[in-house]
Structure formats: structure tokens, C-alpha cells
Design a protein around this ligand. Structure first.
Ligand code: T5A
Length: 221
């Protein structure tokens, strides 16, 4: 049986890396084979493009070119990492995916949504997420968390945008979630880590776990 595909979205420092890892642990404990991946990146080719985008060297080329670079990275990531894992029956948990492009490049970068949807059709095709978590935190909290975690390292291409940009991002993610309630579950990311992790797990159990047999059980004599 094909695996399930779960993505995490939200602003900077909203807890995506923390909770993708926590969910992977819980799935493994439940006997479900899964891989953890991220965007931009997640395959050797896409990791090279990640460096180009997040270093900021592509910024002068404009938001459309950045969108095409994200799409090139996604195409490689889906082909090399995501689709083979899903086909092998593994679950895939991905830190950021199509909704980040729709919000960062579409809603905020003003790139034509027709271009974004066309690129999605080519790069994602039938590999749409089964479930997406939007971790919602106010921009000032997310940025403060990201800054603490980053330490003395330089802020990347998007983290260094003004606070208004991050507030607009938050609103745009919420609008997207309201439009796609079947796929996107919004979680209040301000809650303590354990509470957020429990809410995520409950949604996964309710929406996806009932539909699969854990690998360990399926293999039992
Ligand atoms: N991008 C990406 C686009 O513009 N378009 C696209 O199509 C795609 C795919 C990627 C950048 O690329 C952009 C968006 C991004 O700007 P990145 O380096 O991958 O950049 O960084 P982010 O995805 O933004 O992730 P961050 O690393 O900034 O934040 P996370 O992963 O959301 O947060 P996390 O888990 O690292 O947590 C941050 C800190 O908060 C603490 C953690 O311990 C950590 O220290 N924390 C909590 N503290 C208190 N309470 C909680 N509930 C907490 N949860 C976590």
C-alpha cells in the first residue's frame, strides 16, 4: 500500500523542525516506517539549489526566478526522495512544501498564481500531501525563537525580511488553511511543545492511522 504524505507549514521558528521530528518518532513507535525530509532540499540536487536560494545570491534575479528555482528543487526532491518512498509504502514527513511557495512567492512575492499552479502540476503531479499541519504563531514569537536557535549565524534570505512581511505571511497561511480545511489542520504553535505534539498526533490518528496497517503488524506471522 502506498505511504501517506504529511507536510508541515508555517512562518519562521513556528516549530516545524521540532514537530516533524517528534511525529517521525511517534510513527516509528507505532510501527509505521517513515522518512523525514525538508524543502527547499531533501535530495542531493535540491540541497544545492537550497544553498543558492537561502544564501540570497538569487534575490537580485527577482521573485519569479526564485519561484522557478524552488520548483526545480521540488522536482528533484519529489522524483528522487518523496515518490520512491511513498511507492515503497513508507510515510513521508516533509518540513515545508507547496504551501510555502503559494504564500512566500505567491501571496507575498506577488508571483502569478497561474505560474505557481502550473509549476505545481509539473513538479508534484499526483504526489499531493494527504495531510498538512499549519503551525500558527505570531511573527514576533516565531522570529525570536528562530533567532535564539540560530545563535551567532546570519539570518537567511527570508528570515531577514521586515516584521511586517512575517505578519503578512502568517495571515496568508491562515487564509490558505481556511480555503482547504480537508487537507490543512491549523495548530496553535504557542502552546507548550508536548501539547502541540499531542494535538498533531491526535489529528494523524483520526485522519490517517485508521486507514493503514502498521508495518510491524503486517509482517507478523
Ligand atoms: N521557502 C521555502 C520559500 O520561500 N518558498 C518555498 O517554496 C519553500 C519550500 C526555508 C526558507 O525558505 C522559504 C521559507 C523559509 O524562509 P529553513 O532554514 O528551512 O528556511 O527555515 P524554516 O523552515 O523557516 O524553519 P526554522 O528553522 O526557522 O523554524 P522551524 O523549523 O519552524 O522551528 P524549529 O522547530 O526549529 O523551532 C525554533 C525554536 O523554537 C523552539 C525550538 O526548540 C527551537 O529552538 N520551539 C519552541 N519553543 C517553545 N514552545 C514551543 N512549542 C516550541 N516549538 C519549538
Amino acid at each position: 500500500m502506498r505511504g501517506k504524505f504529511i507536510t508541515f507549514e508555517g512562518g519562521e521558528g513556528s516549530g516545524k523542525s521540532t514537530h516533524t521530528a517528534a511525529l517521525a518518532e511517534r510513527l516509528k513507535a507505532a510501527g509505521i516506517d517513515c522518512i523525514l525530509t525538508r524543502e527547499p532540499g531533501g535530495s542531493p540536487g535540491a540541497e544545492i539549489i537550497r544553498h543558492i536560494i537561502l544564501s540570497g545570491i538569487a534575490k537580485p534575479l527577482g521573485t519569479e526566478t526564485e519561484t522557478i528555482l524552488f520548483a526545480a528543487a521540488r522536482d528533484d526532491h519529489v522524483r528522487v526522495t518523496i515518490e520512491p518512498a511513498l511507492d515503497a509504502g513508507k510515510w513521508v514527513i516533509c518540513d515545508r512544501f507547496i504551501d510555502s511557495t503559494r504564500v512566500y512567492q505567491g501571496a507575498l512575492g506577488k508571483v502569478d498564481m497561474k505560474l505557481i499552479r502550473s509549476l505545481e502540476r509539473v513538479t508534484v503531479g499526483p504526489n499531493m500531501p494527504d495531510l498538512t499541519f499549519l503551525l500558527d504563531v505570531p511573527a514576533n514569537i516565531g522570529l525570536a525563537r528562530a533567532k535564539t536557535r540560530r545563535g551567532t549565524e546570519k539570518a537567511d534570505r527570508f528570515e531577514s525580511e521586515a516584521i511586517e512581511f512575517h505578519e503578512d505571511l502568517r495571515r496568508a497561511f491562515l487564509v490558505l488553511a481556511e480555503r482547504e480545511t480537508k487537507r490543512i489542520v491549523t495548530i496553535d504553535g504557542r502552546a507548550p511543545r508536548d501539547v502541540v505534539a499531542d494535538r498533531i498526533w491526535t489529528a494523524v490518528e483520526e485522519r490517517l492511522i485508521g486507514t493503514v496497517t502498521p508495518v510491524a503488524e503486517a509482517a507478523a506471522p
